[in-house]
Structure formats: C-alpha cells, structure tokens
Design a protein around this ligand. Structure first.
Ligand SMILES: Cc1cc2nc3c(=O)[nH]c(=O)nc-3n(C[C@H](O)[C@H](O)[C@H](O)COP(=O)(O)OP(=O)(O)OC[C@H]3O[C@@H](n4cnc5c(N)ncnc54)[C@H](O)[C@@H]3O)c2cc1C
Length: 477
C-alpha cells in the first residue's frame, strides 16, 4: 500500500495546479455511468501530454493506483477507481486538427466525439463511429473501449478509424504506436493491442483518425412488425440482398411499449406495442435512390406498416422512438444492466428468445434494443437497486445471458468492454490459457500493476465489491 502522504506530496509538488484533493472533485470522479462509487485520493487533470508521463512515473515510484478517465460514460465501471489512488482525467487535452488532404484528424485524447465529428463535417469529411454518448464521450475513452455505435453495420467501430496512437506506458515512458501513413507493416501492432484494452495497458494522449467523405444524402424509414422474430428475420433477408444500411436499429415490444408510455403517443397509430426497426441509408444520392427502391419492396413484403421520411425534419421525427426508449426504461425500475452482447447475424432471433426466457425465470423487466445490422443487440435488465433480492436476480440473469451468448457463438461485449461489470464472466468466453496470455501482457507492460487494476480480470461481482479503506486528506483535518 502506498504511503499516501508522501506520494500525494510528491504529486502536488510536481503538478500543483492540476491536482484536486477536495471531497467534491474526488466524489465526481469516483464513479462512471455504472454508478458504483469508490473514492480516489486525488484527481489530476493534465493540460500537457508530458504531464501524463509524470503522473505515471510518480505512481510507479510510490505504488499508487491510477485510473484513466475521459468523460466517465463507461457502462462497465471501467473508469471507476476501484483501488482508490489517483484519477487521471484526460478531458482537458482536447485539441482537434483536421488534415483535409490526408483525410485525417489529429486529436488529443480528451476531444469529445461529437466535436471531432462536427469539425470533420465542417471540412467536408465524416468521422463515422457514433456512440449514443457522443456528446460527452471522449476519443480516448472510445479508443480504450473500442466504442461502436449506431453506424456499425456499414462503417465498423472505433478500431477501424485509428491510424496511429501516442501516449504513455503504465511505467510512464512516452510511446508512439503507428504512423500517420496509409500503410504500416512495421513491428508488432501495439496500436491495436491498446485499442479496447480499457486503459489497462497504457494511457492514450493523442490519435490520428481516419476520415471518410461525408455522405451526400441519407434516407430514413421506420417499420412495424407483428413480433420480434419477424423483424429480425426480415433484417437477415435484407442483409442477404446486399443492401447495407448505415443504421438498422431494432426495438423489441417492451422497448416500444416503454417509449409509447414515455412520449404518450403510439409509434404506429392503432398498432400498439409492435416490434420496430429504424433503418437509414446513406451515400451518393444515386445509390441511395436505388437502395431505397429495394428497401421499399422489402418493407411491403415483411412489415405490417412503415413510414418513410421525405425530408430531414421527418427523418428526425422518426428518431423520436429510438431516443425515447433508453430514458423510458427507468420507468420500469431505477437501475439497469445494459448488456451489449453480440451474436452472429443469424442468431439474433435466438438471442431474443433467450432474453424472453430471462424475463420469465428471473421475474424482472427485460427490454432488448440496439444495433441489429451488426448483431449487437443490447439486453436491458431492469431492477430496483434498493431491493437486494432483485439486485441478486439481475446479476444471475446477466450470467445466464452470457452463457447463452457464448453458446450462440457470440461475444459478451460488442462495444462497451468488460470493466468490472462483466469480468466475473470472463472464463465463460476464454480458456485458462487464453486468460493467462492476456494477463502476461498486462504484467509485462505494467509490472507493479498500477494502471486501472482489476479491470477485465476481477472475479468478484461488482455489487459485492467494497471500497478500499483509505485515509483521505479531509479525514485528517
Ligand atoms: C447514454 C450512453 C450511451 C452509450 N452508447 C454507447 C454506444 O452507442 N456505443 C458504445 O460503444 N458505447 C456507448 N456507451 C458507453 C460509453 O459511452 C463508451 O464506452 C465510451 O467510449 C466511453 O468514453 P468516455 O470518454 O466516457 O470514457 P470513460 O468512461 O471515462 O472511460 C472508459 C474506459 O476508458 C479508459 N480511458 C478513458 N480515457 C482513456 C485514455 N485517454 N487512455 C486510456 N484509457 C482511457 C478508462 O480508464 C475506462 O477504462 C454509452 C454510454 C452511455 C452513458
């Protein structure tokens, strides 16, 4: 255990104005969107990339745990300072430079995703990764979690847009992985090892991102289906016909019911609680026109009803149901476990059936919505946090879900990562040899284990973890 007085003293001496030790600042950094609070001892907010290296160097000298943090929107408690120590807040490193000729953006880790998208679009380019948290999430957090989002089916995930990275090893030395070139076949691909490593193998301070030309036009259609199986089978048929929608969001009947109660309006008049697909095409106008014809033919064959958009305003109105379903869930219970599982495209119907079984077996509301174009359906298990038996049943339901997903040939996370929320289930996905290989990499890069410890590998369920005993500065006064 670190000698807190000595280490904190050294940190304040080295980075005085960047360090906050007051209770308010520490509390604000003590949890992410999983809302499990573990108090850190200090929050450090570098304004120069080299200061990140200094923080890590000191942390190694004194054995202090460090938790990197972007915006704290993590869905897995991966940004929660479970071991106390220092939170390394990257949000003030937020420069964005667009290189139009190269079709690239040079960004610092704290740049907000939506700001990168906006700057790219102002220059006629497009940055496709589109997590729903984009107004808050940072590029560093997106890289650490390999974030996906709504446009995954056509455009892929964050990894597909990271050309090069720079940052600091857990031991504090600066590194650059990759170059701002179109190609690179030089040495181990450490860039891709860092992407999705949830801030356990290094801290990203900057990245070169690939941009693509901004789509000329988009077209949106909202479709109602009598049940979930029909909706998901229709998606399979559409994808098989080689239409590649930029967005293909699925909402099960529970999600639609919630959204209808939330907005006070039926999604389709006279047809309550249908399963719904929100589909978007984008690209050159001539191609979208062609694909639109094929989608309309498909819609007539498969959907009970559909509403195509005629302009941008109508397209936005169609999005209302998708936007409402997330907040609407909290009318069912105050807490949710949002499991971003992913299965092969032809197993989505089976996944949906498994979700229904969970609802019956564990007596909890379960709503499924998300990215049907790439098999990344989000299973939302709702529970009341103050009811210990419900908390237990919710976590049992997650375990049953993970088993089903692995059985279906899928993965426990498509975009949120593992953090602490899914770490007890790691052995369902990986063999002991595979887990040992991952741990060997962690040990090689972080020999004294200071960087985002226990994330990915912790076996105790999050809801059973207790904060470490700390002496905080405010306890001493
Ligand atoms: C309402 C809502 C909607 C969401 N929708 C989506 C979605 O559609 N798709 C999706 O993929 N995710 C989604 N998420 C999850 C979350 O937004 C993403 O995981 C996002 O990438 C986290 O970014 P952040 O900046 O908030 O990172 P944080 O939450 O601060 O951190 C996340 C992880 O990254 C690490 N980290 C942060 N910055 C760095 C850095 N510079 N270097 C190294 N490690 C770092 C942290 O230690 C932690 O492990 C959603 C979350 C919310 C709350």
């Amino acid at each position: 255990m670190a000698n807190s007085k000595k280490s904190l003293g050294a940190l304040v001496r080295a980075l005085e104005k960047r360090v906050q030790i007051d209770e308010k600042a520490c509390y604000a950094a003590s949890f992410d969107s999983m809302k499990y609070s573990f108090m850190p001892e200090a929050v450090v907010t570098p304004r120069k990339e080299a200061e990140v290296g200094k923080v890590l160097e000191l942390a190694n000298t004194y054995g202090v745990p460090v938790t990197p943090r972007g915006a704290g929107t993590s869905r897995t408690a991966s940004a929660t300072p479970i071991e106390g120590g220092w939170v390394l807040d990257l949000s003030k490193l937020d420069k964005i430079v667009i290189h139009s000729m190269q079709g690239q953006a040079q960004v610092q880790a704290g740049a907000v995703t939506a700001a990168v998208q906006q700057r790219a679009e102002e220059a006629g380019w497009f940055y496709p990764p589109d997590p729903s948290s984009k107004k808050y999430s940072t590029i560093g957090g997106n890289i650490a979690c390999n974030a996906g989002g709504l446009r995954g089916a056509k455009y892929g995930v964050t990894r597909d847009y990271v050309v090069a990275l720079r940052g600091y090893l857990p031991t504090g030395e600066g590194v650059e992985w990759g170059t701002a070139t179109r190609k690179n076949a030089t040495g181990y691909n450490m860039r891709d090892l860092w992407i999705g490593s949830e801030g356990t193998l290094g801290v990203v301070t900057g990245a070169t991102l690939k941009l693509v030309p901004k789509p000329e036009t988009r077209w949106t259609v909202l479709l109602a289906f009598p049940d979930e199986a029909t909706a998901l089978t229709a998606v399979e048929v559409l994808l098989e016909s080689k239409v590649l929608p930029s967005i293909c969001e699925f909402l099960d009947r529970n999600a639609v019911k919630g959204a209808e109660a939330f907005t006070g309006k039926p999604v389709f008049k006279g047809m309550p609680e249908r399963a719904v697909i929100l589909l978007e095409l984008d690209g050159p106008a001539v191609l979208v026109r062609e694909e639109k014809k094929r989608v309309l033919e498909w819609a007539k064959r498969w959907a009970e009803a559909f509403k195509p958009s005629r302009n941008e305003a109508e397209a936005e109105a169609l999005w209302a149901v998708r936007r409402a379903c997330s907040p609407a869930m909290f009318r069912l219970a105050d807490s949710k476990l949002n499991e971003d599982v992913v299965v092969p495209l032809d197993k989505q119907v089976k996944l949906m059936q498994e979700a229904r079984k969970l609802e019956n077996r564990y007596k909890l509301p379960v709503a499924v919505f998300g990215h049907a174009g790439d098999g990344n359906l989000h299973v939302n298990i709702m529970y009341r946090r103050e009811e210990p038996r419900e908390v237990k049943r919710a976590h049992q339901a997650v375990e049953a879900l993970m088993k089903a997903v692995v059985r279906l040939g899928g993965a426990m996370s498509g975009e949120h990562g593992i953090g602490l929320a899914k770490s007890p289930f790691l052995s369902l996905q990986f063999s002991p040899v595979e887990i040992q290989a991952m741990k060997a990499i962690k040990d090689a890069l972080d020999p004294i284990g200071i960087l985002n410890g226990r994330k990915i590998f912790e076996r105790t369920p999050l809801w059973e973890l207790r904060p470490v005993e700390h002496q905080f500065p405010w306890d001493r006064s």
